[in-house]
Every structure is written in structure tokens, then in C-alpha cells.
Write a protein that binds this ligand. Structure first.
Ligand code: PMP
Length: 440
């Protein structure tokens, strides 16, 4: 199977001279470009981060939706509040209480997935050239938002315990020394996408303290926090710093992404700005989706459902990590996540995950090259594997195919020695090669 080269539409684009400067940063993510090939049935996709919603009780959801139409249809199908449905905002506070957050529904803004919350926060805070500090690596969808607002991303290293406080201090120092303005730290503290690590309880107060003393807001993006395999949810940073943290949540991973409902919990003044930004972006978040989710939460054992999701994802994590242990060449390393969807793989020096991808797809397996998760070209000798969607058998088969491709690549490299590029050397020296626990 051949991957078709990307079509460069701008070559013939008659509007090319008229686009806003911000569109220069709007390029298709490496994940998106992959979707077309990775979704062919013969390819085992370890690439996308699609939640596996096959375990959802569709009869319960269908019943709730048909009741909603029958009893509250005219309201559900109308425009609604720019801030979101009040009852759902109350229920969101119940969800956040599981992570130690005591919040008022007044401070919650419902958004079109937490993706839109990242967009609105950036819109409200960032001018072109402002700096957002992100973990290294970071969520590709957030990097795309920051680029589209012409922000500069400065990465700070992680290790097995999440963001490294000293790396954050260094990033702040260097950015300030360069005379640039830092608008916020964007962080995914739990079951990180893509690194799979969790910020330790010990580090959380330290990260808060650093940001507070430097006057830097924290954007705590937490779509996976309730999907831990072995323990209760960690206490959110927002639980200990109501004024310094904007917390983002989502129903995409704990219920279903198709409703496109997420939220931001923000200090009151910021919340007002977010509502105005939301109104100009969408008038209001989808009323129907919000009411459907509200009915589901009210009528169904949603916490029991999350428990089932956790068991399913744990089984898939096990399938992936045991297949990796059994099949991968010795020089390949990875972490064992204890929640969420992702494993971060580091390849031997000189093996370039992006260059290798066409050969992997020819062998009918797909992954996301590490470079997608850095704004600065790092990550070429890393890749993200996700275990959330395929069955355990398919996961094992995908890892078997990937191991075969890697073996051939390593063999070729040891024969012809293609050299190590500077990005890999810098990546290694940054210590982000194995951000996970239990490195193999
Ligand atoms: N943040 C992170 C870290 C994510 O992984 C995702 C989805 N992959 C999102 C935000 C956006 O999720 P949604 O818009 O579906 O809530």
C-alpha cells in the first residue's frame, strides 16, 4: 500500500495572497493526514486516540434522548445560554468533586468539547508572539490552537513523574530573559497525551507555587483524569488554587465524544470573557447535546460506566505492553501508563519515526510520529501508540507488524548508518526520551 503525497492545495489556490497571517500556522496535523490510510480495515491503527464507546448502553442513551425529544423537545432544539445549561453545569460540579474541586456552577462555561475551551482561553489571553509553556511532548490539538493564534510555544521537559519543576523554572527564566511574555502554562497532569505519564502528587504544589510566584496562569487540561487503572483520581491542581488555574474537562472520554461537550472552570472575571468569546464563536454550545448528557447523568450509573471503561482500557493497555515486551527489538523503550490511552515509544538513535511511517503503513500498521507533539522539530526518534480503540488481538497484531518494520529499520541502519540528526541528539539531551514509569 502506498501513501499518496499530500496535495499542496496552495499551489493553485487563488486566495493565497489574501489569507490572514494566522493561517500560516494552520497546517493539517500529522494525525489528520494519517486518518485516510489508517482507517482502512486492513491497517491496525495504533495512531488515533478515539475513545472506544462500544461498551456504552445505547438503549439507555437512546431512551434518554427519545424522552428528551418527547418531553422537552422545544427547549432542547432551541438556542440556549452562551454559558451552557444550568442543570448540566451543576452536574459538572459533581463530576469535578471526584477530583477534590469545590466549584460553583456559575464559574463553569460549557464548550464544544474541551478542544473549544483551549481555543477560547487562547483567544481571550494571547496576542501574536505571546508564549505558552507546554510540556515536551504536548497534545497535538492544543499545539494547533496555539499556532493558529500565532503564539510561541516553549517546551519544558517531563520525566516519569510528569512536568519537571526545574525544567519549568528554566523555561520561564529563558523566556523572560528573551523579553517575551508568558501567558500561561498548558499542562495535562493525568495520563498525558501523548506521553502517558501523570504529574506526581508531590510535584503539584511545586508547579502551582512556581506559577503563582511568577504570575503565570495554569491551563489544566484533564480529559483523562477519571480513567486511572489502579487508583482513585488524583487531586486536581485547581482544587488548591481557584484563582490561578483554569481547569478543562470533557465528556468525550468518560461518555462519548460525538456530543461534543466539554467545559472550562475559570475564575469569575475570566469566565465572563470566556462566555463572551463563546457567544461570538457559536452563540451557545449545543443545547440538545447538553440536555442529552444531563439526562444520561441523571438517569444512569455514570460512575459505574466509567469503571467499565477503565477495565476495558486496562485490558488493552495490558495487551499492548505485553506485546511490546514480547516482540519489540531490545533497543526500543517505552513506558507503562497507569491510565488513559497512550504509550510513548523511543526508538534507537538514528531511527526516524516519521521517515519510517510509509513502510509501517505498507506493513499495515499506523502510529503517530513523535514530531507531531513538539512545536520545534523534536521527537523524530519517538512515536505515540494508542491502545484505546483496537481489540486486544488487533493490538498484538499491530505491535507484531510494527516490531517487524523496526527490526528491518534497525538492521538497515546498522548496515548503512544513516546518522543521527541534531534533533535526536537534542531530544536525548533534553531527557524526554522516556518520560514514562517502568521504562522497558
Ligand atoms: N485535550 C486533550 C489532552 C485531548 O487528548 C483531547 C482529545 N484527544 C482534547 C483535549 C479534546 O477533547 P474533546 O474536545 O473531545 O473534549
Amino acid at each position: 500500500m502506498e501513501i499518496q503525497p499530500a496535495r499542496h492545495s496552495h499551489v493553485l489556490d487563488p486566495f493565497v495572497d489574501r489569507y490572514a497571517a494566522r493561517t500560516a500556522g494552520m497546517t493539517a496535523s500529522e494525525i489528520r493526514a494519517l486518518f485516510a490510510v489508517a482507517s482502512r480495515p486492513e491497517v491496525v491503527s495504533l495512531a488515533g486516540g478515539m475513545p472506544n464507546i462500544s461498551g456504552l448502553p445505547l438503549d439507555v442513551v437512546g431512551g434518554a434522548i427519545s424522552d428528551l425529544v418527547a418531553t422537552q423537545g422545544p427547549v432542547a432544539m432551541q438556542y440556549g445560554s452562551g454559558q451552557g445549561v444550568p442543570e448540566l453545569r451543576e452536574q459538572i460540579c459533581d463530576v469535578m468533586r471526584l477530583e477534590g474541586i469545590e466549584a460553583s456552577a456559575d464559574d463553569v462555561v460549557v464548550t464544544v468539547g474541551s478542544q473549544q475551551a483551549v481555543d477560547l482561553v487562547t483567544r481571550v489571553f494571547c496576542d501574536p508572539g505571546d508564549v505558552v509553556i507546554c510540556e515536551a511532548p504536548s497534545y497535538v490539538g492544543a499545539l494547533g490552537v496555539f499556532r493558529s493564534y500565532q503564539c510561541e510555544v516553549v517546551h519544558a521537559d517531563m520525566d516519569a513523574h510528569g512536568l519537571v519543576p526545574e525544567a519549568l523554572r528554566q523555561a520561564i527564566r529563558a523566556t523572560k530573559a528573551a523579553g517575551k511574555r508568558i501567558k500561561f502554562l498548558y499542562t495535562i497532569p493525568n495520563f498525558h497525551n501523548p506521553a502517558g505519564v501523570t504529574l506526581s502528587a508531590e510535584r503539584r504544589p511545586e508547579i502551582l507555587e512556581i506559577c503563582q510566584s511568577e504570575g503565570i496562569l495554569i491551563l489544566e487540561d484533564n480529559p483523562y483524569g477519571l480513567l486511572g487503572f489502579d487508583r482513585e483520581p488524583m487531586r486536581a491542581m485547581r482544587a488548591d488554587a481557584a484563582d490561578g488555574v483554569i481547569y478543562l474537562g470533557s465528556f468525550s472520554k468518560t461518555f462519548a465524544p460525538g456530543f461534543r461537550v466539554g467545559w472550562a472552570l475559570a475564575p469569575a472575571s475570566v469566565r465572563e470573557k470566556l462566555v463572551l468569546a463563546q457567544e461570538s464563536a457559536t452563540l451557545c454550545p449545543p443545547q440538545f447535546s447538553q440536555m442529552a448528557i444531563s439526562a444520561y447523568l441523571a438517569q444512569h450509573d455514570w460512575q459505574g460506566q466509567i469503571k467499565q471503561f477503565r477495565e476495558m482500557y486496562r485490558e488493552r493497555r495490558d495487551a499492548m505492553t505485553s506485546a511490546l515486551s514480547d516482540l519489540m527489538p531490545a533497543a526500543v523503550r517505552w513506558n507503562v501508563p497507569d491510565g488513559g490511552f497512550y504509550v510513548w515509544l523511543t526508538l534507537p538513535p538514528g531511527i526516524n519515526a516519521k521517515a519510517m511511517l510509509p513502510r509501517a503503513v505498507t506493513a499495515r500498521v499506523a502510529y503517530v510520529p513523535g514530531t507531531a507533539f513538539f512545536s520545534d522539530g523534536f521527537g523524530s526518534s519517538a512515536m505515540r501508540l494508542s491502545y484505546c480503540y483496537p481489540t486486544p488481538d488487533r493490538i498484538r497484531e499491530g505491535v507484531r507488524r510494527l516490531a517487524g518494520v523496526l527490526e528491518a529499520e534497525i538492521e538497515l541502519h546498522s548496515t548503512f548508518g544513516t546518522g543521527t540528526d541534531t534533533a535526536e541528539l537534542r531530544l536525548g539531551s533534553r531527557g524526554v526520551e522516556n518520560p514514562g514509569t517502568d521504562v522497558h
